[in-house]
Ligand binder design. Structure first.
Ligand code: SF4
Length: 258
């Protein structure tokens, strides 16, 4: 059986996992598959991996689906619980999976300080620009002008540029990709799983239900097309002017300390 194939990754999924709780067209299903493919291609020792998630749609990626040890904890606190696990057993490969509301908003303080301390864990933040599960409220990554449940006339605040923020806080591996950029995303996940220190991957993941339909883009295919067109690889962006980069999102590796 080929490593990373659909048949090969099915052994990591608990029976009765399908259908998943994600809405049709949600990017989180693609991210779920990418995480499993990365672990499978690395032939990771699943018994030495611990997945930690908080509350939110992305929190359902590992728990209850992964056939592995999982902690499903309180809203915004997965990094705090993961810190306890890492300190208790430094040999564990600890992976936190959550959304932007969970990890960058409620848990933003934990994120900054875990990066500063360069704790040995991987944090995967599925950034869908909104609180999905709790009804579509604004988050710190919601772009200015975007409509959410709590900003019906358009968001008046600036958004965090999450990957550079975590890089500035001191993480030793930082990358950003989208679920459209699946092969570079899997390659980045593999690096993060092997990395010694704090590895952070921001994954742009469309939410057609809460974000798209409020912002005139309810079609999952349309949201994926937007990701394809708005994302620019870091190496290419270096040769572009500020004007050319307006409205674009830079993807790639921001920090890759050996
Ligand atoms: S609400 Fe959004 S993020 Fe949550 S499952 Fe539905 S599409 Fe995905």
């Amino acid at each position: 059986m080929k490593q990373g194939s659909t048949q090969s990754i099915l052994r990591y999924i608990r029976p009765n996992s399908f259908p998943t709780p994600f809405c049709a067209g949600c990017g989180h299903g693609i991210l779920l598959g990418a995480i499993l493919r990365a672990a499978d291609e690395l032939q990771s020792d699943w018994s030495q991996m611990l997945f930690v998630s908080g509350i939110g749609c992305a929190g359902w990626i590992p728990s209850p689906h992964f056939y592995a040890d999982t902690l499903h904890v309180t809203h915004g606190r997965p990094i705090a619980f993961a810190t306890g696990a890492v300190l208790h057993n430094p040999k564990l490969n600890v992976v936190v999976i959550g959304g932007d509301g969970d990890i960058a908003s409620i848990g933003g303080n934990h994120l900054m300080h875990a990066a500063r301390r360069d704790l040995n864990m991987t944090v995967i933040c599925a950034n869908n620009l909104i609180y999905g599960m709790t009804g579509g409220q604004v988050t710190p990554t919601t772009p200015p002008g975007a409509r959410t449940l709590t900003t019906p006339l358009g968001n008046k605040e600036r958004a965090f540029d999450l990957a550079p923020l975590v890089a500035a806080a001191g993480a030793s591996y930082v990358a950003r990709y989208s679920v459209w950029h699946i092969r570079p995303l899997i390659a980045s996940l593999k690096k993060a799983f092997r990395h010694q220190g704090f590895a952070f991957i921001e994954v742009l993941s469309p939410c057609p239900t809460q974000y798209g339909r409020r912002n005139e883009n309810p079609s999952p295919a349309g949201m994926l097309r937007d990701l394809r067109e708005s994302c620019v690889l870091k190496e290419r962006a270096e040769g572009m002017s500020a004007e050319q980069l307006t409205g674009k999102t830079i993807i790639g590796e921001f920090v890759a300390t050996p």
